[in-house]
Design a binder for this molecule. Structure first.
Ligand SMILES: *Cc1c(COP(=O)(O)O)cnc(C)c1O
Length: 226
C-alpha cells in the first residue's frame, strides 16, 4: 500500500478519534492501537514512519513474526486475540505491552503458573462478553467484578490493567451502544481496583465506543483499507 494512501487513512481515523474524544471532554485521552492482521508487515513499518507506535495482532504466531521482522523499531505490541493454552509460553516470551483478551479464570490460572515459572509478569485486560454472545469469548458482565478481584487476589503475576470488549455483532447501533455502556460501567467500578484501560472500539464502531468512555481503540480495516 503506498504511503500517501496509508497516511490519508490514518489521518482520517485520527481526526475521527479527535472529534469523538473532544465531545467527551478535553482531558479524555484515547490511545490508538493499529491492528495489522489484514495487512503486510511493510505497511506496519510505513505506519511507523507516519508516527504510529502501538500495534496489535490477534494470533501469537503472527505477532511473533512481526515483532521479529520489526525488531529494530521502537514499537509497542498488543495481543488482542483468544489465547490457546498451548501458546501461553510463546506469548510470555514475546513480552507484549498488553494482552487484551484474558477471558476466563481458568486461563488466568494457567497463565499465572507459567508466568511464575518464568519469573515474570504480564499486563492484561479482562475480556468482557458484554453482549452475552455465544460466539464471543469473555466473562459475563454479572461475574466480571468478582473474577477481576479473584485474579488480583490469587494470580499475582498477572497485572490487571482494565477491561476489553468487542461491540455487539449487529447493525443496530443502540444494541452496540448498550454493550459499550455496560463495559464502561464495569470499568468505572473497577477503577477502585486500579483499572486504567477501557479497550473498546474497532473500525465499525470506534467513535461510538469513545463516546461511551473507551480510552483505547483497536483499529485495523479503517487504516489499512484500499
Ligand atoms: C481484528 C480485530 C480488531 C480490528 O478490527 P477492524 O474491524 O479491522 O478494525 C480489533 N480487535 C480485535 C480483538 C480484533 O481481532
Amino acid at each position: 500500500m503506498n504511503k500517501k494512501h496509508l497516511s490519508a487513512n490514518l489521518d482520517q481515523v485520527i481526526w475521527n478519534i479527535e472529534e469523538a474524544r473532544i465531545s467527551v471532554g478535553e482531558h479524555h485521552i484515547v490511545k490508538l492501537v493499529a491492528v495489522g492482521k489484514y495487512t503486510e508487515v511493510e505497511d506496519i513499518s510505513t505506519l511507523y514512519t507516519l508516527g504510529q507506535r502501538a500495534f496489535g495482532e490477534n494470533q501469537v504466531q503472527q505477532l511473533k513474526a512481526r515483532m521479529e521482522a520489526l525488531e529494530a523499531l521502537p514499537l509497542e505490541w498488543h495481543m488482542l486475540g483468544t489465547l490457546q493454552k498451548n501458546k501461553i509460553n510463546n506469548l510470555i516470551d514475546l513480552r507484549p505491552t498488553l494482552f487484551h483478551s484474558l477471558d476466563s479464570l481458568d486461563l488466568a490460572k494457567e497463565l499465572n503458573a507459567k508466568l511464575k515459572k518464568k519469573e515474570t509478569t504480564m499486563n492484561c485486560l479482562l475480556q468482557i462478553n458484554a453482549a452475552n454472545e455465544s460466539t464471543k469469548s469473555g466473562v459475563r458482565v454479572e461475574e466480571a467484578v468478582d473474577i477481576y478481584q479473584k485474579i488480583q487476589e490469587h494470580y499475582p503475576q498477572i497485572n490487571l490493567k482494565g477491561v476489553m470488549s468487542i461491540g455487539a455483532h449487529t447493525q443496530d447501533t443502540k444494541i452496540i451502544q448498550k454493550s459499550f455502556e455496560q463495559t464502561y460501567s464495569l470499568y468505572e467500578k473497577l477503577q477502585k481496583n486500579d483499572a486504567t484501560v477501557c479497550s473498546m472500539g474497532m473500525s465499525s464502531d470506534y467513535e461510538l465506543a469513545i463516546k461511551c468512555g473507551s480510552n483505547l481503540v483497536r483499529v485495523g480495516t479503517a487504516i489499512f483499507k484500499n
